[in-house]
Design a protein around this ligand. Structure first.
Ligand SMILES: N[C@@H](CCC(=O)N[C@@H](CS)C(=O)NCC(=O)O)C(=O)O
Length: 280
């Protein structure tokens, strides 16, 4: 596999890098961004994956979330993949912003034609970590994952299904009960088909109801998020967590909306949350 360095930019004493490569799982070009903290020049560091939301790219997080300063201080590597394949094209894949291009929902699609390339779950949990390992300075025994909205859903699912791999998890405004909200129903019907049993493995509420997650889960939510009532429904997830006996730190922030001004405000708290699990 050839990794193509698209660009690099000095940042807080470390490096922001953008890469592209031919993906084994997605069978087309994929892109991701990386932040290497200064400490990575001298020793291996923990790695924290960030999954972005609908309409986002591998640039959104690294440009808007303001995570590099604290990642540099803590000595944590950041990795943010794109939200879907882009070069594999199918009819209707850009007809709406909540399905198809930039809306991969971090699942392995089973329905044609999406199943040919839309394999974001395997990409994030298997292929991307292999690539990260090949970069050199990542401690692969210290991986965490977080994300926003569709990416918050992805992060919770990846962590709950792979608790040995991802030792910490958090989310901003996640779609945490996708089987019960319009965004999730549309995506899962299209990518996974109509059998709702197949949806459970990608539904954070269903997954946590069936197991106790051993580490604290941090979720931040803005009260003025226009998607809160219809798409996010954090109460459903909180109920499921309660049933499982897991530890949820859910914070509702008055006045904040769904966007990156909200995310940037609480980014430091999330990085320190992951640092507490990973920097040991
Ligand atoms: N296009 C949508 C908004 C999509 C949206 O809010 N996307 C979120 C993730 S679900 C995001 O992070 N957008 C990128 C940004 O805010 O920079 C709309 O018209 O309401």
């Amino acid at each position: 596999m050839t990794l193509n360095l698209i660009s690099e930019h000095a940042s807080y004493g470390g490096w922001v890098r953008f890469y592209s490569h031919e993906s084994r799982e997605c069978r087309s070009e994929m892109r991701f961004s990386v932040y290497l903290p200064p400490r990575a020049e001298k020793e291996k560091v923990p790695v924290l994956y960030y999954l972005a939301g609908l309409t986002c790219t591998e640039e959104t997080f690294i440009m808007k979330a303001g995570a590099q300063r604290v990642a540099a201080e803590l000595g944590m590597m950041l990795v943010a993949p794109d939200t879907s394949p882009r070069k594999a094209r199918f009819p209707g894949d850009d007809a709406s912003w909540d399905f198809g291009v930039a809306a991969g929902f971090y699942v392995d699609a089973t329905q044609e034609p999406w199943s040919q390339n839309y394999r974001m779950y395997s990409y994030v949990t298997r292929e991307l970590p292999e690539i990260v390992q090949s970069l050199g300075p990542a401690r692969m025994d210290r991986q965490g994952i977080f994300g926003h909205s569709m990416g918050g859903h992805g992060a919770l699912v990846c962590a709950f299904r792979n608790p040995q791999q991802f030792l910490s998890v958090s989310a901003f405004a996640p779609i945490s009960s996708p089987s019960q909200v319009p965004w999730g129903i549309k995506a899962f019907s299209g990518y996974l088909g109509e059998d709702r049993n197949a949806w459970k493995q990608y539904d954070a509420s269903e997954l946590i109801r069936a197991q106790r997650y051993a580490r604290p889960i941090l979720i931040d939510q803005g009260s003025r998020d226009k998607f809160l009532e219809e798409q996010l429904k954090p109460d459903l997830f909180a109920d499921a967590v309660r049933e499982s006996g897991s530890e949820l730190h859910f914070r509702m922030h008055p006045g904040y909306d769904h966007g990156y001004y909200f995310i940037a405000t609480f980014m430091e708290d999330h990085l320190r949350h992951h640092g507490r699990q990973l920097l040991t």
